[in-house]
Design a protein around this ligand. Structure first.
Ligand code: GLU
Length: 294
């Protein structure tokens, strides 16, 4: 069996907080426990929101926690060619279609369909895309793309599932799962503004970095169904997953960047030790102590 490789993959859009610390430590400990490696990935696809200053602060926070990473971090902003190659491969299988819809058009379409609720399906991120552009004639698609009309690329998930056949994946906490990627409907794999989208980039990069164990918060549990499908379609190695609980604040709400008191920099400034950060984060999985009460 190959050595365990885990990763921490933050978006550098704000200060790291207790929730990030837990995710990073969880990944790092899983690698260490197995005598494996821990790597970093900077998910800076969103170049407008990602800031160099945030990135430096992020490295400082992680070093303070005592984490070491064996190789330079991978930046998603440098990976355009790999994402384009993956999209080409899916396109060659006839599994993608251009989607010209604006957010507003999609909302209007869903609102219209609301009078026939059986036509509106809901996924983990809200109502699913109603499939408007899937029905466009091939000639029209081609003309609009050739005319330079802005478009995203969506996965035709029903077709993709029929090509891939039934798939399973393993979560170390919950056991074997039957993949149900249709949960997401026809997911966007390339955004209009950026040449890739989260689901595609994560799968391509996890394979590139040799990740054998994907650890992340259970808020992304459903996404793993789709990632498993993409791995099959792209002929990529299949990791195992371990989804962990989310650190919550005293009111039971998920930590967010607004929680300044839980920012690692603030905890550090107050003399809280890295070990204490781990214990604190673990306690707050169940909604325990408050940061203020440290
Ligand atoms: N970048 C994602 C986040 O900050 C995590 C990516 C992943 O684990 O797939 O939540």
């Amino acid at each position: 069996m190959s050595a365990t490789v885990t990763r921490f993959a933050p978006s550098p859009t704000g200060a790291l907080h207790l929730g990030h610390a837990y995710a990073a430590l969880f990944a790092w400990r899983a690698a260490r426990h197995a005598g494996g490696r821990f790597v970093l990935r900077i998910e800076d696809l969103d170049t407008c929101r990602a800031r160099a200053g945030h990135e430096q602060a992020l490295f400082d926070d992680l070093r303070w926690l005592g984490l070491v990473w064996g190789e330079p971090p991978l930046h998603q902003s440098t990976r355009g060619a790999a994402y384009a190659a993956a999209l080409d491969r899916l396109d060659a299988q006839g599994l993608l279609y251009p989607c010209f819809c604006t957010r507003k058009e999609i909302q209007d379409e869903i609102a219209r369909a609301a009078s026939a609720p059986h036509l509106v399906h809901h996924g983990p991120d809200g109502p699913l895309y109603p499939g408007t552009c899937r029905a466009l004639p091939v000639g029209e698609r081609r003309n609009r793309v050739a005319a330079g009309e802005a478009h995203a690329l969506r996965l035709d998930v029903a077709h993709a599932e029929s090509v891939a056949g039934p798939l399973d994946w393993i979560d170390r906490g919950r056991g074997r799962q039957r993949a149900t990627p249709e949960l997401f409907g026809d997911a966007v794999l390339a955004r209009k503004d950026v040449g890739a989208a989260y689901h595609l980039a994560v799968v391509v990069d996890d394979a590139h970095q040799g990740i054998t164990l994907v650890t992340r918060g259970e808020d992304l549990f459903a996404a793993s169904h789709l990632h498993r499908l993409l791995q099959a379609l792209l002929g990529l190695p299949v990791p195992e997953w371990h989804h962990h609980g989310l650190v919550v604040d005293a009111k039971g709400r998920r930590m967010a960047k607004r929680d300044n008191a839980a920012a690692l920099a603030a905890l550090r400034a107050r003399g809280v030790s890295p070990d204490r950060v781990w214990l604190l984060a673990e306690a707050r999985l169940g909604g325990g102590v408050s940061v203020e009460g440290l």
